[in-house]
Design a protein. Structure first.
Length: 171
């Protein structure tokens, strides 16, 4: 597996291992299909393959890791094809990019019905897992502080890196 020098190596998983993981993947795929349909975008076979590799990952994954995983399954692709699929998946809002690590993870907001506002991303430096946490107040604070100084922010996301609960218990 190709590993980025800037990321922890997450438990990338290959296929869902439990009924719960399989159900979670199926729900994520259904949500992705719905988002593409609502936005009148095509959820092509390649986009579905790329999304599936991202969604089964227990953390964020880089584009070249996706290419390698698809290659291991018999699908050889040029990097540009995967990057185009990633762009479409991001445009549809079904994946996010961790800017600091140049990796991607599946949006899980559909699993948390009723939560409003924008999320922040909590990225574990040990296992590579990523959590989305509703935090509209963080964005409101940033906007308020910026406006008070005449600054026009273009905040799209907030990433916080640290150690997750599971990794903290292990140490």
């Amino acid at each position: 597996m190709v590993k980025s020098a800037t990321t922890a190596s997450p438990d990338l998983g290959d296929e869902p291992q439990t009924e719960e993981e399989l159900a979670r993947l199926e729900a994520a795929l259904e949500h992705a299909r719905e988002q593409f349909t609502e936005q009148k975008l095509r959820f092509t076979e390649l986009r579905e393959q790329v999304f599936t590799e991202i969604a089964v990952t227990h953390g964020a994954i880089g584009a070249y890791d996706i290419i390698e995983r698809l290659s291991d399954k018999g699908t050889r692709l040029a990097p540009i094809s995967v990057y185009r699929s990633i762009d479409a998946l991001m445009e549809a809002g079904v994946i996010h990019r961790l800017e600091s690590k140049k990796t991607y993870f599946a949006c899980r907001r559909h699993e948390h019905a009723g939560r409003k506002g924008r999320p922040i991303f909590l990225s574990c430096e040990e296992c590579g897992s990523v959590q989305e946490v509703a935090a509209q107040s963080v964005f409101d604070t940033i906007m308020g502080l910026a406006q008070s100084t005449g600054f026009k922010p273009k905040v799209k996301f907030v990433e916080v890196s640290g150690i997750c609960r599971d990794c903290e218990k292990k140490s």
